[in-house]
Design a protein around this ligand. Structure first.
Ligand SMILES: Cc1cc2nc3c(=O)[nH]c(=O)nc-3n(C[C@H](O)[C@H](O)[C@H](O)COP(=O)(O)OP(=O)(O)OC[C@H]3O[C@@H](n4cnc5c(N)ncnc54)[C@H](O)[C@@H]3O)c2cc1C
Length: 438
């Protein structure tokens, strides 16, 4: 087991009251879920609560140890990294429209869960912004709003000019060249959400086992045998919910299909009123920018700035220290008044990338008893909550919407998977250069 990752979220969360404990002895269940993040919890919540079956969640570390307890807490409508025009061109108009609905449904799933289970996770008012990091990128955002409204039939987006951003208390600074405001999307405390979700899942009757890594997965006729150090779970069905921490060795299907990539976060001391005035953010709505390697940020309820971005292929102490300095420097680039502010917390975690840059929820080829949902490409708070539930339905043999490639196609294998880190390093280099000039 790995220790909890020190973070602002760990230091401000309420304890895990789900009753999760290490597996001790052998058990037989209808469905075993591997992974105790949002995907695994969502699957177990639905399996126990709606399908009424015996379910056990096996989590290698603590509940929410992975990306679910470390992310920036933006529940967004984003679906992967394929742009709107490309979705329309490649998937057709109906599937592109359905993908926008999927994103909105996912955020509504989270809101509804928080409401119905009374999860205390500091859910913020609705609103998520994508900001042009240079003035020249603003027309592209205007065009995107037009596509959403006129082509995709979605009017939950507004374009805000640089002047609007300033006057309405959204943002100031050299890299606030205009933006899209999504009316659906909000910030929450990710670890409080994970722990509240786990408690609700246990209340529905699911058995949660933490500190219980699955170390081998064998098939015994129609039964899956998942071995942990403390005992074995025998199950008729399995949901794989390991996203950016998917082991390569456990099941041959999952070999070479996921590319984990580090996303990094700093949290500053509380800013003064004058500093927030310089940043121009009078709101706790959540932000990202138009870079290929985008930065994301939010004003936390206690007036600290959370700021993050994706980079780094190796996690040596020197590399991690460089990433922290890189984020601190990026804050000063965006808001020169904050130069030298430093940070009180720094941590990172794995997001899961797929070769075709979209999330996937499906059963594995030739075996409807194994379902998975993964590869949220850094935007999985809402989608994992939604797709985990879909994976539960699918593994129970229920129909799920198959109207986008997210649920209609399988997760592809990377060509030459051994070179995945090389692809990542190459992409970072190319995107970094592009972001400098564009
Ligand atoms: C720094 C950072 C910032 C992010 N910010 C956002 C954001 O603001 N908005 C957003 O939408 N998304 C964000 N994401 C992505 C989002 O957090 C993820 O998409 C989401 O949490 C995925 O949930 P999950 O349950 O699928 O995976 P995870 O939460 O990663 O859980 C997978 C779990 O599987 C377990 N596991 C692995 N192998 C085994 C095994 N053999 N046996 C048992 N258990 C195993 C791991 O221990 C882990 O806990 C961010 C991610 C990071 C890292």
């Amino acid at each position: 087991m790995s220790a909890p990752v020190p973070s602002y979220w760990e230091d401000t969360a309420t304890p895990d009251e789900s009753g999760a404990r290490p597996l001790d002895g052998d058990r037989q269940v209808e469905v075993a879920v591997i992974g105790g993040g949002y995907t695994g919890l969502a699957a177990a919540y639905r399996l126990a609560g709606v399908h009424g079956v015996d379910v056990a969640v096996l989590e290698a570390n603590r509940i929410g140890w992975g990306a679910s307890g470390r992310n920036s807490g933006f529940a967004l409508t984003s679906v992967g990294k394929v742009g709107l025009d490309e979705r329309i061109r490649k998937w057709g108009l109906e599937a592109a429209r359905a993908s926008v609905r999927l994103g909105v449904d996912a955020v509504e799933t989270v809101r509804e869960l928080i409401r119905s289970e009374a999860i205390d996770c500091d859910a913020q008012p609705e609103g998520a912004l994508t900001v042009a990091h240079r003035d020249e990128r603003a027309p592209e955002l205007q065009e995107r709003v037009r596509t959403y409204r006129e082509v995709l039939g979605y009017d939950g987006v507004d374009y805000l000019s640089r002047e609007h951003l300033v006057h309405e208390g959204y943002l100031r600074g050299p890299s606030a060249g205009g933006g899209i405001r999504f009316r659906t999307g909000f910030g929450l405390h990710p670890l409080k959400y994970a722990r509240g979700f786990a408690k609700a899942t246990a209340r529905r009757g699911a058995a949660l086992f933490d500190r219980s890594a699955v170390i081998s997965w064998e098939r015994d006729g129609s039964v899956h045998r998942l071995a942990t150090a403390g005992g074995t779970v025998r199950a008729r069905k399995v949901v794989m919910a390991t996203n950016g921490y998917t082991p390569e060795h456990l099941h041959p299907y999952f070999r070479g299909r996921m590319l984990p990539a580090a996303s990094n976060i700093v949290v500053t001391r509380p800013l003064t009123a004058a500093e927030w005035g310089a940043v121009g953010m009078a709101t706790t709505q959540v932000y990202s920018d138009t870079r290929r390697l985008l930065f994301y940020w939010r004003r936390l309820p206690d007036d600290r700035l959370l700021f993050g971005g994706r980079s780094g292929v190796f996690d040596t102490p020197a590399a991690l220290a460089r990433r922290r300095r890189w984020l601190e420097a990026a804050i000063a680039d965006k808001w020169p008044e904050l130069a030298g502010i430093g940070s009180e917390w720094f941590w990172h975690g794995n997001v899961g990338l797929s070769y075709d840059l979209i999330p996937h929820m499906n059963t594995i080829e030739g075996d409807p008893t194994v379902a998975y949902a993964m590869a949220y490409l850094g935007s999985g708070v809402a989608l994992s909550t939604h797709c985990g539930g879909l994976a539960a339905d699918l593994v129970m043999g229920k129909a799920v919407p198959r109207d986008t490639p997210v649920t209609a196609t399988e997760i592809p294998r990377f060509p030459l998977p051994a070179l995945r880190k090389v692809y990542l390093a190459g992409a970072y280099l190319a995107y970094g250069i592009e972001d400098r000039w564009r």
